[in-house]
Design a protein around this ligand. Structure first.
Ligand code: SF4
Ligand code: SF4
Length: 383
């Protein structure tokens, strides 16, 4: 396996994946937590089934046929399985490498190529953001003297505005900048896509190229704050992803250590909301915040101070958005979303809050489809 060339050699990647999949003792502890297995009950959809396929390819002469690409794509990369696995096998990581292998064999789906090209191109992304802003008559986020786009300089807190926040949630993005201003100065350097979508498509080399650009553009900042869970997880992992690249390893590690999620930063900076939020509020854990970064308490603690907080049952279960998964597999994503929407409704909350634009889109979709009587808000808009 490992059909591409990243920072690490192909042989190293294959050896690492082989080592990981051979740790699976087929105990099945992961089955109960996989949202996709819960939907269709098929072994091939489960973490154990996916690992068996990779192992079959590597060790047992399983024939490489194009249908395998679907098996590898049919994963939310939600990491729930790893949490319940006694051997902590990183199935999402294995699926990323499996997708890279599949793309090397059979190419990428056209939709993935288009999305990756758009998000990977500064100019196209800027144009699209401008058009969407014009249709909404919205303002770009203001962040102080450097908001016009200069790279961050030493001593600054820099806001990393991910693509989805920029394109689809400019109001939440502005609210983030206002919050950051209250805790000190903030600048908005011209970052590029964090590379998370490219990674999810198995386009590892493109993801690493974007990582190097961001490391350069945020080189001077003391702290890089993001209000997108997927970006945060991706940015924090630059160090491990570029560990095999001697020219970038140290810089990537240092960069990753400067990255913090919004609620994580606010809580540690001593920011406390004054309260007064009229609506009863609940919280959905983005996979990339809770499992990707281990951030669960900070958003809850802040929301408890903001208003009448009620815990959402299975708050950590993926909402089914998972980047573009809902576009590739609408039926499976829709089933997961129905359960999530029903859980939110049962809490009696008038508002569900989260810290990830992909979750915001998916929960908003759920509210519309199921006629949910709750609002969906980014955490920056309620603190
Ligand atoms: S990462 Fe999520 S969707 Fe993928 S196999 Fe694990 S639990 Fe299932
Ligand atoms: S819990 Fe871990 S070891 Fe057990 S079947 Fe799942 S992936 Fe394999």
């Amino acid at each position: 396996m490992a059909g591409g060339r990243g920072a690490t050699g192909m042989g190293d990647v294959a050896a690492r994946i082989g080592e990981l999949v051979r740790k699976c003792d087929r105990c099945g502890a992961c089955l109960a937590v996989c949202p996709l297995y819960a939907q269709n009950g098929r072994e091939i959809a489960s973490p154990r089934g996916k690992i068996a396929v990779v192992r079959g390819l590597m060790d047992d002469g399983l024939a490489a046929v194009p249908a395998l690409a679907e098996t590898f794509r049919f994963c939310l990369l939600c990491r729930a399985c790893t949490g319940s696995c006694p051997n902590k096998i990183p199935v999402a990581e294995i699926m990323i490498e499996a997708r890279r292998y599949a793309a090397g064999q059979w190419g990428h789906p056209a939709r993935h190529r288009v999305i990756a090209a758009l998000l990977g191109n500064d100019v196209l992304l800027g144009l699209m953001a401008g058009v969407l802003r014009w249709t909404r008559n919205a303002k770009p986020p203001a962040g102080g003297p450097s908001a016009s786009g200069a790279p961050a300089s030493r001593g600054q807190i820099a806001y990393f505005q991910g693509c989805a926040m920029r394109l689809f949630f400019p109001a939440a993005s502005r609210a983030t900048v206002q919050l950051l201003k209250r805790t000190g100065g903030v600048v908005v350097p011209p970052g590029v896509c964090c590379g998370s979508p490219h990674l999810a498509y198995g386009m590892v080399d493109q993801a690493l190229a974007l990582a190097r650009k961001n490391i350069e553009r945020f080189a001077g900042a003391d702290l890089v704050v993001t209000d997108c869970a997927s970006c945060g997880s991706s940015l924090k992992e630059y160090g491990s992803r570029l560990a095999g690249d001697p020219r970038w390893a140290d810089r990537a590690l240092a960069f990753g250590r400067k990255v913090t999620g919004l609620s994580e930063y606010l809580f540690r900076a001593g920011y406390r909301p004054r309260g007064g939020l009229a609506a009863k509020v609940t919280y959905h854990d983005p996979c990339h915040l809770a499992r990707g970064q281990g951030i669960r308490n900070e958003p809850r603690d802040l929301l408890r101070l903001a208003g009448d907080y009620v815990e959402l049952p299975s708050a950590g279960r993926c909402c089914g958005g998972a980047g573009a998964f809902h576009l590739d597999y609408p039926a499976a994503a829709g089933g997961i979303l129905r359960d999530k929407t029903a859980d939110i409704t049962r809490t009696g909350a008038a508002m569900v809050v989260t810290e990830c634009p992909a979750c915001l889109m998916q929960l908003g979709r759920g509210r519309r489809r199921e006629h949910g009587e709750f609002e969906v808000r980014h955490i920056s808009q309620v603190l």
